[in-house]
Design a protein around this ligand. Structure first.
Ligand code: NAI
Ligand SMILES: NCC(=O)COP(=O)(O)O
Length: 322
């Protein structure tokens, strides 16, 4: 099994985190995609003895070395300093991994962090890997789920302004999101009858319609319809008490209505060891839970724990050992 590791934003911690890959004996061949010289420089700054070699598909990998599939930078990259001139490079790296996943060259892809803002400043509207992968694979809807700290938290909406969230949560969106979450928990997470805790949108899940009506008009009807099909759905629950241990024990996963309803809890519980996984895709994609950490780039102090966890999950999802 070959996994593509996209090295992400060249000014961020992604390239140097690749040095840590040689610390473990993985049950998969890991191929780092990025600029050969950039990866070598960042890796050798923190691990001078690690050989950085060109990926040669036909040849057996050299144990203890890092294999790089070269995609050239547009301009030299400086750790900690974003440059819009390399925005297209970041997408070229992703495109190469996606092409390899589609063709069967790679069993899946694991992504190091990108900086959404600098890609937008490069002139390409970009809100995240999740949305980019959906478009690149012509998948009408995907679901972002983060896993860590004993939690699985999926999102009904991802990267959109908070003011646009209520209108985005429609009956069709919620229905399709729950179907994808249910199917992937069953098939890819070995949970044949997953119990899903569904958050409300408003404080106290709307307090009976006195603090918002989306629970009554949208969420409850969708849950009732899907329950009639046999899904085990609990909610809509007030988000502030959903995450107390007693309630969490009653479910296998949480569906939060928006990014910052679910992810702060998940990251509090697991930062540095969490994994972001895109559900509903025809390919396997997992990611680190953290961002580009420009403040740490080039210092060698970035923790590879989340990258390791993302690789483990990708291997498991692709059918290898965990
Ligand atoms: N998977 C991805 O591509 C993700 C990308 N991002 C992007 O990253 C950029 C920066 O986001 P921020 O909110 O500043 O979050 P961030 O995760 O980059 O940084 C938040 C804090 O966590 C620390 N940190 C991050 N990764 C670490 C690691 N591996 N080890 C130790 N400490 C670590 C940083 O030093 C900083 O103090 C944004 O453009 C955002 O969109 C954010 C999350 C995920
Ligand atoms: N908070 C998660 C995040 O921003 C990563 O998003 P994506 O790039 O995986 O879509």
């Amino acid at each position: 099994m070959i996994l593509a590791i996209t090295s992400g934003e060249p000014a961020g911690v992604g390239p140097e985190l690749c040095a840590a890959l040689v610390q473990r004996d993985w049950p998969a061949r890991l191929v780092v995609i990025g600029d050969r010289q950039l990866i070598a420089e960042r890796v050798h700054a923190v691990a001078p003895d690690v050989p950085v070699l060109d990926y040669a598909p036909g040849a057996a990998p050299t144990p203890g070395s890092l294999e790089v599939l070269h995609v050239p930078l547009a301009v030299p990259a400086v750790a900690g300093r974003l440059d819009a001139a390399n925005g297209r490079y970041v997408l070229d790296v992703l495109d190469r991994a996606i092409a390899g996943c589609k063709s069967g060259e790679f069993a899946g892809m694991v992504t190091a962090p990108v900086h959404k803002g600098i890609i937008c400043e490069a002139g390409v509207p970009f809100s995240g890997h999740t949305e980019y992968l959906a478009e690149a694979t012509a998948t009408p809807l995907v679901v972002m789920m983060l896993v860590g700290g004993g939690l699985r938290v999926a999102l009904a909406t991802t990267h959109l302004p908070l003011k646009d969230v209520p209108a985005a949560i429609t009956r069709p969106l919620l229905t399709d999101t729950l179907r994808i979450l249910h199917a992937d928990l069953s098939q890819r997470f070995s949970l044949p009858a997953p119990r899903i805790l569904v958050a409300g949108l408003n404080p106290h899940a709307g307090e009976g319609g006195h603090m918002g009506t989306e629970e009554i008009e949208v969420i409850t009807p969708v849950l009732d319809a899907l329950r009639a099909e046999g899904m085990k759905l609990i909610g809509p629950l007030p988000a502030d008490t959903l995450f107390v241990p007693h309630t969490l024990q009653q479910g296998d996963a949480v569906l939060a209505m928006y990014h910052d309803q679910g992810l702060p809890v998940l990251k509090h519980a697991s930062f540095g060891g969490g994994v972001n996984v895109t559900l509903g895709l025809p390919i396997v994609r997992t990611s680190v839970d953290h961002g580009t950490a420009l403040d740490l780039a080039g210092t060698g102090r970035a923790d590879p724990g989340s990258l390791f966890a993302a690789i483990e999950l990708a291997i498991a999802m692709a059918g290898g050992r965990p």
